[in-house]
Design a protein around this ligand. Structure first.
Ligand code: GDP
Length: 297
C-alpha cells in the first residue's frame, strides 16, 4: 500500500509524544528528528524535508503549543497543515479555454502512464461535463503507441485522430486541430511521444507542438513509484516546457511517497490528478489536504 512505511513511522513518533504528560523542547526536538528521518526514508527531496522540519519546528516551538492543552495533538495538527501546504494546499482545477477547444498536451517518459491517463482524463471529461473530446495520436516513434491509444479510446468511445507513423508529429497535431475545429470538439487531448529519458529531440518536438497549439494545459505524467526520479523528470520537463501541472500515476502501488510530497515544492507546479489503478475510472483529482490525512493515517 502507498505510504505504508511512512505512515507507520509518523504515527509511532506521534504516539510517543502523546504518551508524555508534558512535552518539553527536548521531546519536540526528538519528534522532529524522527519525522525528518521518516520523510527522508520515504524518499522526499532533502531540501523539501529541511524546509518542512524548520516550519513545523517554528510553529510548534511557540510557548502556546508546548504549554497549552494537548501539545501532542497540536503538533499533529501543525504537521498535517504543513504537509498540506507542501503539497499545494488546495486542489487545482483544469484550465479551460474561453473558446473551444481546450487543448491539453499530455507529456511524459515512456511507461509513466501517459496514454492510459489521456484516456482516463477523456472519460472524466465525458462523464462529468458531457464533453466531446478528440484525441490526437502524436507518438509516431512506437508503432504500438497509436494502436494502444486507439484501444484505450475505443473503450471510452472517444475518437482518435491519427496519420500513421510516417507524418511529422507537428504536422499531425496541426491536422488534428483542424479536424477538431471542423467537428467542434470541446477538448483536444494530444498524446505526445514518450522516451526513455529526456532528450533534446523530444523536448524540441514538444516545444514545437506547444508553440503551434498554445495549450491550456501541459500535463506531465509521472510514475509515483520512481520517487526522486519522478521529481527530477518534473524539473526537467518544467524547465523546457513550463508545464501547467502533474499527473502522478500508480499511487495504488506501494510507493513510499517521495514524489507526491516533493513535486510541488521542488517545481512550483501542482499535482492535478492521481492515477490509482489501470482502469479508465481510476483517476482522481488531487486534494493536498486529503493526501496529508492519508499519509498521517
Ligand atoms: P505511456 O508509455 O506513458 O503511455 O504509459 P502507458 O499508458 O502505456 O502505461 C504504462 C503501464 O502503466 C500500463 O500497463 C498501464 O496500465 C499502467 N498504468 C498507468 N497508470 C496506472 C496507475 O495509475 N496505476 C497502475 N497500477 N498502473 C497504471
Amino acid at each position: 500500500m502507498a505510504f505504508e512505511g511512512l505512515t507507520e513511522r509518523l504515527q509511532k513518533a506521534m504516539e510517543k509524544l502523546r504518551k508524555k504528560p508534558k512535552v518539553t523542547e527536548a521531546d519536540l526536538r526528538e519528534t522532529m528528528r524522527e519525522i525528518r528521518l521518516a520523510l527522508l526514508e520515504a524518499d522526499v527531496n532533502f531540501a523539501v524535508v529541511k524546509d518542512f522540519v524548520k516550519k513545523v519546528r517554528e510553529k510548534a516551538t511557540g510557548a502556546e503549543v508546548l504549554k497549552g492543552l494537548n501539545p501532542a495533538q497540536q503538533i499533529v495538527k501543525i504537521v498535517n497543515e504543513e504537509l498540506t501546504q507542501m503539497m499545494g494546499e488546495t486542489a487545482t482545477p483544469l484550465a479551460k479555454a474561453p473558446h473551444i477547444p481546450t487543448v491539453i498536451m499530455m507529456v511524459g517518459l515512456q511507461g509513466a502512464g501517459k496514454t492510459t491517463t489521456a484516456g482516463k482524463l477523456a472519460k472524466k471529461l465525458k462523464d462529468e461535463e458531457n464533453a466531446r473530446p478528440l484525441m490526437i495520436a502524436a507518438d509516431v516513434y512506437r508503432p504500438a503507441a497509436i494502436t494502444q491509444l486507439q484501444q484505450v479510446a475505443a473503450t471510452i468511445d472517444v475518437p482518435v485522430f491519427e496519420e500513421g507513423t510516417e507524418v511529422d508529429p507537428v504536422q499531425i497535431v496541426k491536422d488534428g486541430m483542424a479536424q477538431a475545429a471542423a467537428n467542434h470538439n470541446d477538448y483536444v487531448l494530444i498524446d505526445t511521444a514518450g522516451r526513455l529519458q529526456i532528450d533534446e529531440k523530444l523536448m524540441d518536438e514538444l516545444a514545437q507542438i506547444k508553440a503551434l497549439t498554445n495549450p491550456n494545459e501541459i500535463l506531465l505524467v509521472v510514475d509515483a513509484m520512481t520517487g526522486q526520479n519522478a521529481v527530477n523528470t518534473a524539473e526537467g520537463f518544467n524547465d523546457k516546457l513550463d508545464i501547467t501541472g502533474v499527473v502522478l500515476t500508480k499511487l495504488d502501488g506501494d510507493t513510499r511517497g517521495g514524489a507526491a510530497m516533493s513535486i510541488r515544492a521542488v517545481t512550483g507546479k501542482p499535482i492535478k490528478f492521481v492515477g490509482e489503478g489501470e482502469k479508465m475510472e481510476d483517476l482522481d483529482v488531487f486534494h493536498p489536504d486529503r493526501m496529508a490525512s492519508r499519509i498521517l493515517g
